[in-house]
Design a protein around this ligand. Sequence first.
Ligand SMILES: CC(=O)N[C@H]1[C@@H](OP(=O)(O)OP(=O)(O)OC[C@H]2O[C@@H](n3ccc(=O)[nH]c3=O)[C@H](O)[C@@H]2O)O[C@H](CO)[C@@H](O)[C@@H]1O[C@H](C)C(=O)N[C@@H](C)C(=O)N[C@H](CCC(=O)O)C(=O)O
Ligand SMILES: Nc1ncnc2c1ncn2[C@@H]1O[C@H](COP(=O)(O)OP(=O)(O)OP(=O)(O)O)[C@@H](O)[C@H]1O
Ligand SMILES: N[C@H](CCC[C@H](N)C(=O)O)C(=O)O
Ligand SMILES: [Mg+2]
Length: 488
Amino acid sequence: MAVLKDILYKVSLQSVSGNMETEVKAIAFDSRKVEAGTAFVAVRGTQADGHEYIEMAIEKGAVAVVCEELPESLVNNVAFVQVKDSSKALGFMAANYYGNPSEKLKLVGVTGTNGKTTCVTLLHQLFRLLGYNAGLLSTVVNKINEEELPATHTTPDAITLNKTLAQMVAKGCTHCFMESSSHAIVQNRIAGLKYEGAVFTNLSHEHLDYHKTFDEYIKAKKLLFDGLPSTAFALVNADDKRGAVMLQNTKAAKHKYALKSMAAFKAKILSNTLQGLELDIDGKSVWFKLIGDFNAYNLLAVYGAAVLLGEDESMVLEQLSSLNPAPGRFEQVNSNTGITALVDYAHTPDALENVLSTIKEFRTGNEKVITVVGCGGNRDKEKRPVMAKIACDLSDKVILTSDNPRFEEPGDILKDMQAGVSPSNFRKTLVIEDRREAIKAACAMAEPNDIILVAGKGHETYQEIKGVRSDFDDRKVLSEMLNLMHQK
Ligand SMILES: CC(=O)N[C@H]1[C@@H](OP(=O)(O)OP(=O)(O)OC[C@H]2O[C@@H](n3ccc(=O)[nH]c3=O)[C@H](O)[C@@H]2O)O[C@H](CO)[C@@H](O)[C@@H]1O[C@H](C)C(=O)N[C@@H](C)C(=O)N[C@H](CCC(=O)O)C(=O)O
Ligand SMILES: Nc1ncnc2c1ncn2[C@@H]1O[C@H](COP(=O)(O)OP(=O)(O)OP(=O)(O)O)[C@@H](O)[C@H]1O
Ligand SMILES: N[C@H](CCC[C@H](N)C(=O)O)C(=O)O
Ligand SMILES: [Mg+2]
């Protein structure tokens, strides 16, 4: 419960009518969730316009309406507040309503195309091992210490976000590590949050269906850094040319990590095997359980962030070396077949290229690399042929298949992917729409020592077809098919 004028603190108002002392019992941006006493915020979205649901919200008991455009007739006993940007207002209102929990925590946001989940998962594990109460907001799961809450988005909506941060504060958390997706940044889900620091991993082709141009996508990520206060730190990957762009207009203290460029946090890869990575950091050689060059960047980002949060360098390195990767990231599926079977969440061209290049490095002889991959429906179409090409260029056999076709026809997505397969690669490529059958075929063609990569879904436990999610876990299907095809 809060008073309307208090939850509007820091929101820039254009006009106000009605009682600003109105008691508000909840905030909602979805008219379907409005109950008596709610302040309804009308947001313009990608599918609908919340302004069209103001009437419904009032019928359901809204006592206040926050909107960009006032309805033609105002209703007695309902307060109307006109703002320039409803989604931004929603961010501030949610923060105020839940007592500005981000100010009571050290909140670190991680953004970038790839590596966000990995970095926040490692940071959360690390700070738990260092003895802190800590929260996590990630694509895979949200956590308050070890208590798990389901995650529906990489970065939740402003209300869920602030509510969860408030629960973290109530449970004594001193830190929270959160992914800050580009969608969340432009949709102002993070408006009104106070960050202690932000980390940039990298930027490559993704989500151009939503952001339209690469420049807009860069700008979205940069907004996180532009909004940091001077008390915060901004830590970027100096080997990515967009790292410097992120730092251009920030008030925060600027820091860099890198494997190649000049940076305060620097490492050298000493060895990289299927068992893990050995890095030289500040003259110390340390083993980590994570696999692949790209994870050296994630480990450095985590090391840098922890040190900037005030932790002792050698304690951090000692604990980091014991950490496990996030679920579904370069996860090995055990079998006694002699086949190396891997599941990875690579769903962007850059990620797929990194993972397959890493796998190639581990080859010692004539073993085949068999890749099973698809591209999501109702998402960036431009990445489809590119991912198919990368899969073909870096594998001996490729099976193109479905990955959450959503409302698109699976066959159409596969055609878009096939456009990236050059004639010289036709012979190594199969198209099997059903993902289970595709994994089965990969297992059938694999021989001992071969490597199977099933890419794109990682930790996901469903396949989404025409709006219906059915149980599907690459790790389980791969294990089942390996055993079925290679019974001794
Ligand atoms: C494209 C997109 O990002 N959409 C998100 C956005 O929805 P929207 O604003 O476009 O919603 P809309 O359907 O157009 O409706 C507009 C407004 O009318 C309201 N409405 C609508 C119908 C009604 O009956 N009553 C009503 O009040 C809606 O509640 C909404 O406020 O805001 C919603 C609330 O925060 C999100 O749930 C929704 O995520 C959708 C489901 C989604 O799939 N998002 C993905 C793309 C996403 O956000 N992904 C990123 C990760 C990306 C990455 O880095 O990989 C993430 O952070 O998860
Ligand atoms: N630093 C990195 N650079 C390039 N690729 C990476 C990096 N870290 C992870 N990857 C690849 O990207 C995939 C996704 O990693 P992760 O889940 O950590 O990224 P994310 O940014 O959280 O993705 P999403 O945007 O879907 O939430 C991994 O499975 C791996 O293939
Ligand atoms: N955060 C990304 C994840 C994509 C994962 C892939 N399996 C797919 O469904 O396209 C998205 O929602 O676009
Ligand atoms: Mg993620």
